[in-house]
Each structure stands twice: as structure tokens, then as C-alpha cells.
Design a protein around this ligand. Structure first.
Ligand code: AHR
Length: 325
């Protein structure tokens, strides 16, 4: 009896270590209480956006009566693959994940498909040619976000003939938002040769790396007119670097960012950022609805695009008091 109890404890500890702090009692094909069991592999905790997204997923699972097994991959693809394999072993009802990078998922997704466990992509896409490896993709149109950022810049400088020197803080290398926000922005600004991207480097979506990379940009480029940052956290780090260099963010260097998390919106309202393209992290409720449908075997759209807006400094001042994240 004691031996059996120890084996059970050991199995429980192993499952926890492999798949993070699961809330469910699954592990043998279902929660045992009729609840849907979802295995969710999160990218990490790299930004304010990610924290809000995690909260949205966890709260929505609770509200929807879904038993959530949650794991944080710390921005490492190998950790996500391990977590997904652990969810397959535990025979969860549905797997959802936000892929840290776009490529390299076919093998593990094929394993989920062979085990007949439906997969939902949330927030970020994969570049797999075989779209039967997942049931749906819920998240933003990152190319559109990049285009909105580029369009604001084009409009701002429409009456100027002088060259506009831009530095770009890219998100995590190989990730869908970094690839697509870069592409969308480039597509719009390339219509006018006065816009020049003079330096572009990854700040990995974090405040610390955004600051570090911006410091290097400032050292090697005496004339920077505009910073385009793929998220608010990197822009906030860059603001510290700009102020440290004795310049005024929002004035000496115009800043365009993406996300519209609370701290970014505050910097926008304070005049330190000039424009933010919204990327909503509140994907939880839609994710739980989709999960219920795929588990029941119902048809779901192959792509669900998040509704988003943009913010000027005045709009940020108005929106801040009721901002949820
Ligand atoms: O995938 C969404 C992006 O990931 C957010 O824009 C960024 O802040 C996060 O880290």
C-alpha cells in the first residue's frame, strides 16, 4: 500500500515538473469529473503583455469550468516541446500553445495528431505547411500591426523631404510577431525612400534587452529620428536609454510601439511614446469557447483574428482609467 502511494506521489511530482503547475486531476485521460482538460504551454513571462495573457487564460479556464494544466516555457522551444509531449502522455482533451518561434513544430504536432488530441494555436502562428496539424489559430494579425505602425510614420512625415533615420527593436528572433511586424512596417515605409532603417536588432521583447540594444544604437548612430519597437516593454527600456543619453523621448526621438499595455499607455499619455498599435492579450474567453467546440467535434474557423485598435497620446489619456491590463 505504501509502495503504491509512493509511486502515485512520484508520478504526480513528475507530471508537475514536466508540465508546470497543473490545476487538474488528469493524467489518465480526462479530469475524472467530466471536465475538459486543457494542456497550455505559454511562451514565458517576458513582457507585460504576456503576464496579462496568462491571467486571461487562467481566469477564463476557471470561469468556463475547464481544468487547465499550465506550463511556462521561459522563451525556450525545447521546453514547449517537452510540455506538449507531457500533455500527450497525460491524454489531455485539448492542447493549446503560443509557439515561441514559428518553425520546428511538425514532429510534435504530428505526435498530438496521431494521439487524436486537437491542438489550438493561440497568439502566435507556426509555419507548418500541413495545416491539419492544428485545428485553429486564434490571435492578432501581426502584419497588419506592422502596417499600422508604418502608416502612422508615413502620415507624420508626409510634408517633409528630409531623410528619416529609423532604428528598430525587433521581438524574439524567429517569432511570428517579430517577423510579421517587421514585414508589415517595411511594406508601408518602403513606398518612400526618405525612410531609412539604419539599425535593427532583437531586444527579445524584454525591457532589459530593449534598454541594452537602444544604448548601443545611440552610441553608434549620432542621428536617430524614430524608434520603432515591436513591443511596449522594449520601448520602455529604450526610453531609459534615451533619457540616459540626455535626449527627450517622444520629442528628440519619436517612438512607435506595439501592445498598449498599461505602462506603455502611461508613457504614451506622458508624451514619451508617440503612437501605439494595440495587440490584445485578452484571448482567454475565445480560447475556452474554441476548446469546448473542438472537443465536442464541432467545426471551428481555421483562423480567428483578434479585434484591435491604435492609440495616439490623447486617446491614451482617455483610455487609461478604464484599461484592464
Ligand atoms: O506574441 C505577442 C507578443 O509577445 C507581444 O506583442 C509581446 O509583448 C509579447 O512578448
Amino acid at each position: 500500500m505504501l509502495k503504491r502511494f509512493s509511486a502515485l506521489v512520484l508520478a504526480g511530482v513528475t507530471a508537475f515538473a514536466m508540465a508546470g503547475c497543473g490545476s487538474g486531476s488528469g493524467g489518465s485521460g480526462g479530469s475524472g469529473d467530466g471536465k475538459i482538460v486543457m494542456g497550455f504551454s505559454q511562451v514565458g513571462a517576458e513582457s507585460g503583455w504576456r503576464t496579462a495573457n496568462t491571467k486571461s487564460v487562467q481566469e477564463s479556464a476557471k470561469a468556463a469550468g475547464i481544468d487547465l494544466k499550465f506550463s511556462d516555457a521561459q522563451q525556450k522551444q525545447e521546453n514547449q516541446i517537452k510540455a506538449i509531449r507531457s500533455y500527450i502522455q497525460q491524454k489531455v482533451d485539448v492542447i493549446a500553445f503560443s509557439p515561441v518561434v514559428e518553425s520546428g513544430w511538425d514532429t510534435v504536432l504530428q505526435e498530438a495528431k496521431s494521439a487524436k488530441i486537437p491542438v489550438i494555436l493561440t497568439d502566435r502562428a507556426v509555419d507548418s505547411k500541413d495545416t491539419s496539424l492544428y485545428r485553429t489559430f486564434l490571435g492578432s494579425d501581426f502584419i497588419e500591426e506592422g502596417k499600422k505602425a508604418g502608416q502612422w510614420l508615413v502620415d507624420q512625415y508626409k510634408d517633409s523631404k528630409d531623410p528619416v533615420n529609423i532604428v528598430q527593436l525587433e521581438g524574439t528572433t524567429g517569432s511570428a510577431p517579430a517577423n510579421d511586424r517587421k514585414t508589415g512596417f517595411q511594406q508601408v515605409i518602403s513606398a518612400d525612400p526618405k525612410f531609412k532603417i539604419i539599425a535593427s536588432q532583437s531586444g527579445n521583447f524584454t525591457r532589459a534587452e530593449g534598454k541594452q540594444v537602444m544604448e548601443a544604437f545611440l552610441k553608434s548612430n549620432p542621428k536617430i529620428d524614430v524608434l520603432y519597437s515591436h513591443n511596449d516593454d522594449m520601448a520602455l527600456g529604450a526610453i531609459e536609454a534615451i533619457e540616459g543619453a540626455g535626449k527627450v523621448p517622444g520629442k528628440d526621438i519619436k517612438i512607435i510601439s506595439v501592445d498598449a499595455v498599461h505602462d506603455g499607455m502611461q508613457a504614451l499619455a506622458d508624451g514619451k511614446i508617440n503612437y501605439i498599435v494595440e495587440c490584445s492579450p485578452l484571448l482567454g474567453p475565445q480560447l475556452m469557447d474554441l476548446a469546448k467546440k473542438v472537443v465536442k467535434g464541432e467545426q471551428v474557423p481555421a483562423r480567428v483574428v483578434t479585434q484591435e485598435t491604435t492609440f495616439t497620446q490623447d486617446q491614451a489619456k482617455q483610455a487609461l482609467p478604464s484599461r484592464k491590463y
